[in-house]
Design a protein around this ligand. Structure first.
Ligand SMILES: O=C(O)CCC(=O)C(=O)O
Length: 319
């Protein structure tokens, strides 16, 4: 077995993750209360997936995922200080599963973020991983960290989920992700379901040929596609192979076709923000113009007081 083979083998073993989690036990404390509330009989460092919740009630889902009337939402919005434009986009969340905040970040702020990314890359404080992703720039930059917790933003996210939210990670892109359609819930999941939300920030004007973000309005209302919904593989000792992720993508492709979902392309302007629901199907379009940049940033947020984990790798989330 070569080095890569050994790495893949170790990555497939649940015990490897458990050992890593054991060492990082303090980063799993956030799950202690929610495990207790759910009656979960597991150590915090053990593997966890939707199978562990199969015998449990669905739990209290986010208020906007319930039968909430438009009048109720309007009433709650009336006591906020959100702009009329923000109120209107929030009002469409229940049906659409996304909200758009045009020009939320001003040019000066966006320019500062782009410069920060360039400087941090140069100083080797951040790097490209998993292809073209820069993970956790918020841990290397006070400026970026500050933006992720900007009150005007988190007030909106908290409103959407009906709970306080905390950033889990940032992902910066310089070029388009070209990521196939997926819902974040296969990667970052909660019990009860639905307590994840993400923002996507345009860090430059993005044209149709630069591999823009795409998404399927209303797809968040479909059943969550989790490990049991496709040929994930894995058993009590191992998690499914990374290559089986293709089966997940195929399954999502089938759902899109079967449900005749229509796709929208976000040709955003610099500073625009799109917020997506935990179960909204989205991805990155192919880059049609060679060499095109598509500077953007994603921030994933979890709500507090829920179990937070990664369905695909059956790991509790380290926060
Ligand atoms: O920016 C993109 O193209 C997609 C990013 C994405 O899907 C994600 O971070 O979940």
């Amino acid at each position: 077995m070569n080095n890569n083979g050994l790495k893949d083998f170790l990555r497939s073993l649940k015990v490897t993750y458990s050992a890593y989690n054991f060492i990082h036990a303090k980063d799993l404390e956030h799950n202690r209360g929610p495990y207790k509330d759910a009656g979960m009989r597991k150590f915090l460092f053990q593997s966890i997936s939707s199978r562990d919740f199969a015998g449990l009630p669905k739990g209290e889902i986010p208020w906007l995922d319930k039968e909430t009337s438009t009048d109720d939402i309007k009433k709650k919005l009336s006591v906020t200080n959100f702009s009329e434009e923000t109120k209107a986009t929030i009002l469409s969340w229940k049906d659409n599963g996304y909200a758009i905040l045009p020009g939320f970040f001003d040019t000066k702020t966006v320019d500062a973020v782009n410069k920060e990314i360039e400087d941090l890359l140069e100083a080797k404080k951040i790097e490209f991983t998993l292809g073209n992703k820069i993970m956790f720039a918020n841990k290397a930059s006070e400026l970026i960290k500050g933006l992720t917790v900007k009150k005007e933003l988190t007030d909106i996210l908290d409103f959407l989920l009906g709970r306080r939210t905390t950033p889990f990670q940032t992902i910066n892109f310089v070029t388009g992700s070209e990521q196939h359609a997926h819902s974040d819930s296969i990667h970052m999941t909660t019990y009860p379901l639905g307590y994840l939300v993400a923002i996507w920030v345009a860090l430059e004007d993005i044209s149709e040929d630069a591999g823009p973000l795409s998404y399927y309005p209303g797809s968040h209302k479909l059943p969550y596609l989790l490990n049991d919904g496709y040929e994930r593989g894995g058993n009590v000792f191992t998690v499914g192979a990374d290559s089986n992720y293709l089966k997940y993508e195929e399954k999502i492709g089938e759902v899109v076709k079967e449900k005749k979902l229509s796709k929208k392309i976000f040709t955003a302007k610099k500073g625009d923000v799109l917020i997506w629901h935990a179960n909204l199907i989205h991805g990155g379009e192919p880059i049609a113009r060679k060499g095109a940049t598509r500077k953007s940033m994603v921030v994933h947020y979890f709500a507090e007081d829920v179990i937070k984990y990664h369905e695909i790798t059956e790991r509790p989330a380290l926060l």
